[in-house]
Design a protein around this ligand. Structure first.
Ligand SMILES: *[C@@H]1O[C@H](CO)[C@@H](O)[C@H](O)[C@H]1NC(C)=O
Ligand SMILES: *[C@@H]1O[C@H](CO)[C@@H](O)[C@H](O)[C@H]1NC(C)=O
Ligand SMILES: *[C@@H]1O[C@H](CO)[C@@H](O)[C@H](O)[C@H]1NC(C)=O
Ligand SMILES: *[C@@H]1O[C@H](CO)[C@@H](O)[C@H](O)[C@H]1NC(C)=O
Length: 342
């Protein structure tokens, strides 16, 4: 398999399995606009069933023009028949401030050498880029401290065998959850819609398109969910995707992240693993986790555990883990063939 990188000038890296430099962003915008156009005509001639049933949110208010457009475009994307590429692929997108310290481990995972390195500006930009390859069916966001917990084959089958996005999502009534909500998000985003989850997603193609198409909800977060706004620190990257997708496709997301991270120390940052902590036992333990864990940030600290159900059967939750320090690289290189062979 060949992996190459594209060169940009932002903070981020993106390897894609194959690059298609010719296609440009406006093409799919045109396609989306066409969808809206086609929809309007067909709705007029022959109103689809869901028109009356389930496409309106359960609120007794009139949608603004912008909301109406968002609802129509998102619904259309979700109901689009899936093209089955002969060679379906996964885009692995690395969000990192610089070079990839664990690069050699990832080379082992892909069993290739990296090509040119890509630096693009943001998650949306990363996705837009990866979407240009029509063969890419899943889009995985990873950080520079992530490691693979399984081999490529396992990861490929795990992702290709499911039709959901792995977007972490839970309702946290506490100060680090809905305490960050701003009334300015009304009326489009109500208090009960505001969700929380880790930013490290794996997204199916339709959801990536929705994220591209969305300007309305994204703008609400950009303006009203930011550090220091109205006396609290809101971080869009922890709220935007879980909120957007529970509003529009709640059963299309798994509600957990494929990337394991250990918050059990209760600090501002999750645990970082030093070389000496990286053992066969640790990796085996991370691979064996098969239930999700969420805890609310209020005094009650309500814990929720749910089995990770993959196509209805209980499976390991995580394909990746963070945060591993660069000094752990040699140890990981040594252990990789063993822990992925369990
Ligand atoms: C998902 O489950 C169904 C029913 O149990 C089964 O027929 C199908 O093969 C499974 N899909 C995969 C990819 O394992
Ligand atoms: C996903 O696949 C399951 C069966 O594996 C099916 O019941 C479900 O309707 C599918 N969901 C979507 C959104 O296609
Ligand atoms: C994910 O959570 C939402 C509520 O936020 C729920 O409606 C949905 O059924 C959950 N998805 C799965 C796959 O359990
Ligand atoms: C990995 O497995 C090989 C062969 O099974 C064994 O010789 C080696 O000691 C193992 N390495 C570690 C670090 O467990």
């Amino acid at each position: 398999m060949k992996v190459s990188w594209q060169l940009g000038n932002g903070r981020h890296l993106m390897p894609v399995t194959r690059t298609r430099p010719t296609a440009r962003l406006p093409k799919w915008i045109i396609i989306l606009l066409c969808l809206v156009f086609v929809y309007l005509i067909s709705a007029y001639v022959h109103p689809p069933r869901w028109y009356a049933e389930d496409w309106m949110p359960p609120v007794a208010r009139e949608l603004s023009d912008e909301e109406l457009v968002a609802h129509v475009v998102f619904r259309n994307i979700l109901s689009m028949p899936l093209r089955q590429p002969k060679n379906p692929k996964i885009a692995f997108m690395f969000l990192t401030p610089g070079p990839l310290p664990l690069e050699r481990l990832w080379e082992k995972f892909f069993q290739v050498l990296w090509g040119k390195i890509s630096m693009v500006e943001a998650e949306k930009r990363l996705l837009a880029y990866a979407l240009q390859d029509p063969d890419n069916q899943h889009f995985v966001l990873l950080s520079d401290s992530c490691i693979p917990l399984h081999d490529f084959d396992y990861v490929y089958k795990y992702l290709m065998g499911t039709n959901v996005s792995f977007i972490d999502n839970f309702f946290d009534p506490g100060p680090h959850g809905n305490g960050r909500y701003s009334e300015h998000m009304m009326p489009e985003i109500e208090h009960r819609d505001f969700k929380k989850g880790s930013q490290w997603f794996s997204m199916k193609r339709q959801h990536a398109l929705i994220m591209m198409a969305d300007n309305l909800y994204f703008t609400k977060f950009r303006f009203y969910c930011k550090p220091g706004f109205e006396g609290h620190n809101c971080y869009s990257y922890e709220h935007y995707l879980p909120t957007l997708f529970t509003m529009f496709d709640p059963t299309g997301i798994a509600n957990w992240s494929l990337t394991h991270v250990d918050w059990s120390e209760g600090k501002w940052h999750p645990k970082s693993y030093l070389a000496k902590e990286v053992t066969y036992g640790l990796l085996k333990k991370l691979r064996s986790i098969d239930e999700t864990f969420h805890v609310t940030s209020d005094e009650k600290k309500v814990e929720t555990r749910k089995p990770c159900l993959w196509n209805g059967t209980r499976r390991p939750c995580h394909l990746f883990a963070r945060r591993f320090l660069p000094e752990a690289l040699n140890k990981l290189m040594h252990l990789f063939p063993n822990y992925t062979a369990i």
